[in-house]
Design a protein around this ligand. Structure first.
Ligand SMILES: *Cc1c(COP(=O)(O)O)cnc(C)c1O
Length: 399
């Protein structure tokens, strides 16, 4: 099979069905579960067939840096879930974002990004793009006036995250997509925090969606992975050669683990989101918590935007403690069940203090611009019983 030929009829199946079996291709052995093709290369019937396949005149796999049958099943399943024409899987979320930016931009192009981004994305935009003579402009994600201003000049790409890391701001995907297209550009949404279960940005006008599959798609703390989703033609015209020749590809083993993750993604994300809603409500009423952000609560500053584009509140909660960093660290250290980790979207609830960890490399001014001070804590709610999580948090807060 050529690596760019979709195989599954997409229109027929509802999302939960697609997550369980979309993109499945069985070998002649008829295995129930997806097969793991741990093969770096592929062999050919003849010299002529080898030449034809490499020239793209004959379908079939060539080399796993280009495409691999297990990885292809993951790509096809995810494209069907997302409602995208096609997908390329990558070794990590950052390799997806880096490959997109590097493949699509030419010297002299301009990228506009929201300030609240995963911190490695900020690093790439500040340190890699200028080396390619690409200009980067920054915008406060929720402020549409700033988007109008920034996109009154041409831009090649716009990169947003909604809900954003770590304070769960909402960016209006449809409005920013419209402004991006008027500026002659394409909109990329980093949709990690919502996952495709709760938000499908292409339905709101995004051109590209990127994922760290490490988060909810694995969701069990095992492997790294990433994905780029978009339309077939721009993938073939702008991304394919870069992807094949620079080697950000996903391993077949990781693709297999992630296919198994996709089978239960709908179940897990919905349960984590329900658990997070319960934990958020309990924390908001707990003494010592001075402010709380949860996209599913009506007191979130951009609740209306989240509600329009995202189903449910998601699995992340950010909250702030009276007593600043000392109170935050002491609460974190007193937890007995929730683990301290910068990962998220896991079956196990994980907590982090962003200002001193994931966002430590930002300057004070950059942190201030996204409203992050050292009294904030970010909690990724997992699959435990929410009552146990609430008890753990409240006892750590001395309630
Ligand atoms: C984790 C994450 C990434 C990077 O993904 P890796 O798989 O860790 O490389 C990018 N964006 C967001 C929003 C993330 O949470």
């Amino acid at each position: 099979m050529a690596d760019d030929t979709p195989r599954t009829p997409p229109a027929r199946w509802r999302p939960a069905t697609v997550m369980a079996r979309g993109g499945l291709t069985r070998s002649p052995w008829g295995e129930t579960s997806e097969a793991m093709f741990l093969s770096s290369g592929f062999v050919y019937e003849s010299a002529a067939s080898h030449a034809a396949r490499m020239a793209g005149d004959e379908p079939g796999y060539i080399y796993s840096r280009y495409a691999n049958p297990t990885v292809r099943m993951f790509e096809e399943r995810l494209a069907l879930i997302e409602g995208a024409e096609d997908c390329r899987a990558t070794a990590s979320g950052m390799s997806a974002i880096h490959a997109m930016l590097a493949a699509l931009c030419q010297p002299g192009d301009r990228v506009v990004a929201c300030r609240a981004l995963f911190s490695s994305c900020i690093w790439v935009l500040n340190n890699v793009m200028p080396k390619m003579s690409v200009e980067v402009s920054w915008v406060d994600g929720p402020d549409l006036d700033q988007w109008r201003e920034a996109l009154s000049r041409p831009a090649r790409l716009v990169l947003i995250e909604s809900p954003s890391n770590p304070l769960l701001d909402a960016v209006d995907i449809a409005a920013v997509a419209d402004l991006t297209h008027k500026a002659g550009g394409e909109l990329i949404v980093d949709n990690v925090f919502a996952s495709p279960v709760l938000q499908r940005p292409i339905e709101h006008g995004a051109d590209w969606v990127v994922y760290s599959a490490t988060k909810h798609m694995d969701g069990q703390g095992r492997v790294l992975g990433g994905a780029i989703l978009g339309r077939t033609k721009p993938i073939l015209d702008h991304l394919q050669a870069y992807y094949r020749h620079t080697g950000p590809s996903m391993s077949a083993f990781n693709a297999w683990v992630l296919l198994k993750g996709l089978e239960t993604l709908d179940l897990r994300v919905r349960r984590m989101s329900d658990n997070a809603a319960k934990v958020a409500d309990a924390l908001a009423a707990t003494p010592g918590v001075s402010e709380l952000r949860y996209p599913g609560r009506s007191d979130h500053p951009q609740h209306a935007v989240h509600a329009r584009q995202m189903e449910g509140g998601g699995s992340l909660v950010a909250f702030r403690l009276e007593g600043g960093k000392a109170a935050a660290w002491s609460m974190i250290d007193r937890l007995r069940l929730i683990d301290i980790s910068n990962n998220l979207g896991d079956a196990k609830s994980l907590i982090t203090h962003p200002a001193s960890t994931t966002h430590r490399t930002l300057t004070d001014a950059q942190r201030a611009a996204i409203g992050l001070d050292d009294s904030w804590v970010r909690l990724s709610v997992g699959l435990e019983d929410p009552l146990d999580l609430i008890e753990d948090l409240q006892s750590a807060l001395g309630v």
